[in-house]
Design a protein around this ligand. Structure first.
Ligand code: ATP
Length: 453
């Protein structure tokens, strides 16, 4: 057994950082973060780079305001500035009370942290062992089993967990040696929560048989993190091989050339990098079977939590589910002012004051025919859009521009009728259609492993 260490060894602040930016302690007032704050405050080098604390009041316990006051007293005694921020931690999204509190707390941290500041949290080795077990019990792969990282990006700031290598006993010994006082959250004793059950029932049993159980589980997490890092590097390379000019689209044939295991990781990495919700396991297999295995002309899709992946020709497209134009939507438009669309986009005329006549802008009705420049006969709009390779995810939001006889002149900024085409050329004018789906998604190469905690 490691003996109690009243001096509590800390690793150096990881880097590289552009400058020695301030440290910001997440102070709950419990044992762990009280020890962390005291230890950091006693280090002149760390104090010199700037040290402050944030306490988040979740408002979930009748005594929560008193906890904030206790944190304020602790910080005042150490000469550390403290922000107390109240959050709404009610569970609206089915996350459970712990998950909802964590999400509200992290959102508050993100709001209060400046560029490259370092949020310091007091997770320790026993927390890591619990997290590893919880992940294993939820059937996580190497990314999830890596559990909590000692150092990672956190929005525009950083997150550092300097106590991750130290057991809870060492923190308690430090607190007693320095006469610290802390708050015992009564919620920590409630065995209905999985983590509390592991902490109170399961880990003591494991340690009775394997005294180093927590350290071994935390070591497995660290090995998982190494494996996940290597896999992640491979995912980035594989994603580059299947990417197209549009980050929202991958090449189906290139994807199919990857091994099944790599393809599944690439699909998760790609959708995560686009900022979409985590792809569920059944989603990955549905994409494998229903989309990649579909006929190229099929418009197959898988939707989850407001996001959607579609297969069209050699493309696999992922995006949030966009609002389509309501079937009965139809308005008059003369081109004088940009027209706001129900999808959130706009249709505008550029280079001329107004169109030659008032048009109607409406949703596709189906069965439209158009007469294009240089063609003797009319053609079905559907076939024209297909021939022009307009993907179905674009077609779904296309506003149709028709004249007063109902003849389609344009679809979005695609001018289809010879008459309108000639008029626009003559006036050096053009239609401009903007759609919320046109906004560039985040650069995929920069996307961090979506599973890292
Ligand atoms: N209400 C809060 N305000 C600020 N930081 C918090 C708050 N709750 C937790 N944290 C930070 O997040 C870390 C992990 O939180 P978690 O709830 O997992 O642990 P904890 O048992 O509350 O820790 P502690 O013993 O410090 O109370 C804490 O150690 C602390 O650094």
């Amino acid at each position: 057994m490691t003996g109690p260490s009243p001096t509590l060894p800390l690793p150096p602040v990881p880097g590289p950082l552009p400058a020695a930016t301030p440290l910001v302690v997440g102070l709950s007032g419990g044992l762990d973060s009280t020890v962390l704050l005291h230890r950091l405050a006693g280090d002149p080098g760390l104090r010199a780079r700037g040290l402050r604390a944030i306490h988040v009041d979740h408002g979930l316990h009748p005594d929560s305001a008193a906890w904030g006051r206790a944190c304020a007293r602790e910080c005042a005694a150490l000469g550390i500035a403290l922000d107390i921020v109240a959050v709404d931690a009610r569970d609206a999204g089915g996350l459970g009370p712990e998950g909802a509190a964590r999400r509200a707390r992290h959102a508050a941290f993100e709001r209060l942290l400046g560029d490259d500041e370092v949020l310091v949290l007091a997770h320790h080795l026993d927390d890591q062992a619990e997290t590893f077990l919880l992940r294993a019990l939820r059937a996580s792969g190497p990314d999830g089993l890596a559990a909590m990282r000692p150092w990672r990006r956190f929005g525009r700031a950083w997150l550092w967990r300097p106590l991750l290598g130290l057991p809870r006993d060492a923190l308690r010994a430090y607190a007693q040696a320095h006469g610290l006082t802390w708050i015992e959250d009564p919620g920590n004793d409630d065995d209905r929560f999985d983590r509390n059950f592991l902490r109170a029932q399961v880990l003591p049993l494991l340690r009775g048989r394997w005294p180093h159980a927590s350290a071994a589980l935390a070591r497995s997490a660290a090995l998982g993190a190494d494996a996940a890092e290597l896999l992640h590097a491979g995912d980035v390379q594989a994603l580059a091989r299947v990417a197209t000019a549009d980050p929202r689209c991958l090449s189906v044939s290139a994807l199919c050339a990857l091994s099944r295991a790599r393809r599944q990781r690439v699909l998760r990495h790609w959708t995560g990098g686009l900022g979409l919700p985590p792809l569920p396991a059944q989603g990955v297999s549905r994409i494998e079977h229903d989309l990649l295995g579909a006929r190229p002309d099929a418009d197959a899709a898988f939707a989850w939590h407001g996001a959607r992946v579609r297969r069209w020709r050699d493309l696999l497209h992922a995006d949030v589910e966009r609002v389509t134009l309501p079937a009965d939507w139809s308005v008059a438009w003369d081109g004088r002012a940009p027209l706001p669309l129900p999808t959130g986009g706009t249709l505008a005329l550029e280079g001329a004051d107004a169109l030659p006549g008032t048009c109607r802008v409406h949703a596709r009705r189906g069965g439209e025919r158009i007469h294009r420049a240089g063609r003797a006969h009319s053609q079905a709009l559907k076939q024209v859009l297909q021939a022009l390779e307009v993907p179905p995810w674009v077609r779904a939001g296309l506003p149709m521009v028709s004249d007063d006889t109902g003849t389609v002149l344009a679809a979005g900024d695609l001018v289809l009728a010879a008459r309108l085409d000639a008029w626009l050329r003559e006036h050096d004018a053009r239609l401009r259609w903007t759609d919320p789906g046109d906004a560039p998604p985040p650069a995929l190469a920069d996307a961090c492993n979506p599973n890292c905690d």
